[in-house]
Design a binder for this molecule. Structure first.
Ligand code: SF4
Length: 516
């Protein structure tokens, strides 16, 4: 128990992810001198709700720095998704040995009902923001409960970025994490969003979002709207994009694919600085989409080709996500995905092995039929097969994924798609227009990137890989003289992305092959 006059210390820890995802774009991140992709939103909400007159706050994101096990906080605060839950357990065990209480919340403990033994002093089920003040009050009075439960979906916390900046260095991340809405109206059976965040879209006040951005952009001008579906409420999305347009920022987010057919929304998104959108394509096959209950995609499945050209024509890039391994998929399905990626010149593609995340309908169906073969949650990263697929073996599925990455992220294929995609862009987005009238500061930024790129290339530890990288760089630079491509996008970013994706495929293959 902490004496009422004494300040307690809260140590917020973000556990290390077991696996770097393709979205991390490590080579890009390191070349532009960033340590992490983005920070979790749970961190900003809880920091924001903590009374600094009563608590000292310490933060470690293990993805960018080491945990300090020598300090003695009064409470360690963890939040974990399924794929890094095991890491959270390990961290908690170490603090438990030192008699330091640890509280854990997040999607995994909220949705997985079978957690029996664990090292946490307390577990928070559901959204923790509403409970936070009561939890701190109980802890201060020495009556921390072993379980806190919130089954409500409350209004979203308005974030004061100035307060958060005292504990998180925004400049270390590629993107500043922000959230405007939470929840998604759709009902896909593999997705945990509707279980945890609900199907109704909750919004933050646009004025408050703009205040947050105005402060945060002093140190980071690139924003990641970590919304489940940025166009879940289209009217709100329009108002938001209109407000963002005055901010002179760049942003990325997640969207359902119907945005491709919403001309007004696309136009507003592009002119407000939208750089790229994560789209859940999931599958090119109708039967698979039906199995996923992916109704929004089923309505547009015969127009899939237009999705990419429509969005790209506004200068917005696409990170397309696919899922492989449902009951209608077989060995030919990998080839269907590869062909689709090639035909639509998709540069950034994320291919996920179907993963029965705890709490989802898929998890219940698979566990009820005893199809889950692996309960090591470190493997719930969408790169491992943790269940028995219907039409191939688990190892075929993992091997197929490796080969697919090899196929789509070799430099030859990357160059062909990058050139084709670049020629499709129109001079529309803010980024494009700012680059056609390239400013002095942009020249300096690009020069810095070139110097770091050369440095990074020199660090390549394989001569063979270095040669492949150099050839790719020269071919890409040559595109500057191509009339169809010239000035449409920053070629440098494409070079960094290409190397990053190629590098990812080599690492992913090594990592997955080790487990085969
Ligand atoms: S559209 Fe996306 S966020 Fe919404 S339920 Fe489906 S997978 Fe989840």
């Amino acid at each position: 128990m902490i004496a009422n006059t004494e300040k307690g210390t809260l140590y917020f820890i973000v556990p290390r992810f077991p696996y770097r995802f393709v979205t991390d774009l490590k080579f890009v991140r390191e070349t532009i001198n960033k340590k992490g992709f983005s920070f979790p939103l749970s961190l900003t909400s809880l920091i924001n709700l903590t009374d600094e007159t009563q608590w000292n706050i310490l933060v470690t994101d293990e993805n960018i720095s080491q945990i300090n096990y020598d300090i003695k906080p009064s409470l360690v605060v963890l939040s974990a998704m399924t794929c890094y839950f095991e890491r959270a357990v390990k961290i908690a065990q170490i603090f438990k040995q030192k008699n330091i209480p640890v509280i854990c919340g997040g999607i995994h403990v909220s949705l997985y009902k079978n957690i029996k033994e664990h090292p946490f002093s307390s577990i928070v089920i559901g959204e923790g923001e509403d409970l936070w003040k009561a939890i701190l009050h109980d802890h201060r009075n020495g009556v921390l409960k072993s379980l806190y439960h919130n089954d409500q979906h409350s209004p979203l916390v308005e974030i004061n970025a100035e307060k958060v900046s005292r504990y998180i260095d925004f400049s270390k991340y590629t993107f500043y994490s922000i959230q405007a809405t939470r929840g998604c109206p759709y009902d896909c059976n593999f997705c945990a969003v509707k279980e945890f965040n609900g199907r109704e879209t909750r919004h933050r006040k646009i004025e408050s979002i703009i205040n947050e951005i105005e402060y945060a952009k002093k140190t980071n001008n690139d924003f990641f709207f970590v919304d489940d579906n940025i166009i879940g409420d289209k009217e709100y999305a329009k108002d938001l994009f209109e407000a963002l347009a005055k901010q002179n920022i760049f942003w990325i987010s997640q969207s359902s694919i119907n945005i491709a057919f919403e001309k007004d929304l696309l136009e507003l998104a592009a002119s407000s600085g939208c750089e790229y959108l994560f789209l859940g394509v999931e599958s090119t096959q109708k039967e698979s989409l039906q199995l996923f209950n992916k109704k929004v995609n089923l309505s547009y499945q015969d127009k899939y080709d237009e999705v990419f050209s429509n969005i790209r024509s506004y200068g917005i890039e696409i990170m397309a996500s696919f899922i492989i391994g449902n009951d209608s998929d077989n060995r030919d399905s990998f080839k269907q995905i590869i062909d689709f990626i090639e035909a639509n010149n998709i540069l950034l593609a994320m291919i996920n092995i179907l993963t029965p995340l705890p709490g989802t309908e898929l998890f219940h169906t698979m566990s009820d039929t005893s199809r889950i073969i692996d309960y090591n949650f470190n493997h719930y990263d969408a790169q491992h097969a943790v269940y028995s697929p219907a039409q191939m073996s688990s190892s075929d599925l993992e091997r197929g994924l490796c080969l697919t990455y090899q196929e789509i992220y070799n430099f030859k294929s990357l160059f062909r798609r990058a050139r084709a995609a670049l020629s499709e862009y129109m001079f529309f987005s803010k980024r494009n227009s700012s680059e056609t009238n390239i400013s002095f500061s942009q020249i300096i930024i690009n020069l810095k990137i070139i110097i770091r790129l050369i440095y990074q290339l020199l660090l390549t530890n394989s001569f063979h890989v270095l040669i492949e990288r150099m050839i790719f760089v020269f071919k890409m630079l040559f595109l500057v003289f191509d009339n169809k491509v010239r000035g449409k996008k920053n070629i440098l970013i494409y070079i960094l992305q290409g190397i990053s994706l190629n590098d990812f495929s080599r690492q992913a293959i090594k990592q997955i092959q080790r487990t085969l």
